[in-house]
Design a protein around this ligand. Structure first.
Ligand SMILES: CCC(=O)N1CCc2c(cnn2-c2cccc(F)c2)C1
Length: 199
């Protein structure tokens, strides 16, 4: 079994999908959380200067979705066929397109709040309707078993609901999917034990 070290800030953010996959698979890893005040010193030592990164026996994978896709494949949660894998990737990318629109590092609080409000009021409903249409009456977003697309929906929508409580109330099927993911014993245990952070 390789030695895994996940490096990110002390928030769920872009590392949480990998933490879900580690939790679900039972694979042991170091959940290394750096302090924001140490980032300027650490950043120059990181290839491409962004985190999360995952060290696999010292080999560094960067980009959160490349890490997630690697772990999903290792865990059997990437999709059962190449077609299902493509569908799962498309859902992950669709959700990530929206989350990536948020100016997470914006220093001006008024600008930040205005853009957050615009995204949550004017852009989120279209995404939620599209995801609701795609899920339909299925148990999981892709195929007959859980995939990392279901995990990513729960991870990202948890943050959406921090920013706008009630945002998903008009989509009970999407809320039920969150409950289904969070009811998986290993995910429930992780949520219970993980550091409690806002984002
Ligand atoms: C220090 C960085 C930080 O606090 N955040 C940045 C990124 C982020 C946060 C919350 N969700 N999230 C995120 C998750 C997935 C995709 C994505 F683009 C963004 C908060």
């Amino acid at each position: 079994m390789p030695r895994y070290k996940l490096v990110y800030f002390d928030v769920r953010g872009r590392a949480e999908i990998s933490r879900y996959l580690f939790a679900y698979s039972g694979i042991k890893y170091e959940d290394h959380r750096i302090k924001l005040e140490d980032w300027a010193k650490i950043k120059p030592t990181i290839p491409f200067g962004k985190i999360p990164i995952l060290e696999v026996d010292g080999v560094i994978i960067h980009q959160s979705l490349a890490i997630g896709r690697y772990l999903a494949k290792e865990t059997g949660l990437a999709g059962q066929t190449p077609l299902e894998q493509a569908l799962a990737d498309a859902i992950v990318d669709t959700i990530d397109d929206f989350v990536s629109m948020f100016p997470w590092a914006e220093k001006n609080p008024d600008v930040k709040q205005q853009i957050y409000n615009d995204l949550l009021t004017n852009t989120a409903p279209g995404l939620l309707q599209d995801l609701d249409n795609f899920l339909g009456d299925k148990k999981w977003l892709v195929g007959k078993s859980v995939t990392w697309a279901d995990f990513y929906w729960d991870v990202c929508s948890t943050t959406f609901l921090v920013l706008r409580p009630g945002l998903v109330d008009n989509y009970p099927k999407l809320l039920a999917l969150k409950e289904r993911v969070q009811a998986l014993p290993a995910i429930a245990a992780w949520i219970e034990q993980r550091p409690k952070t806002t984002l």
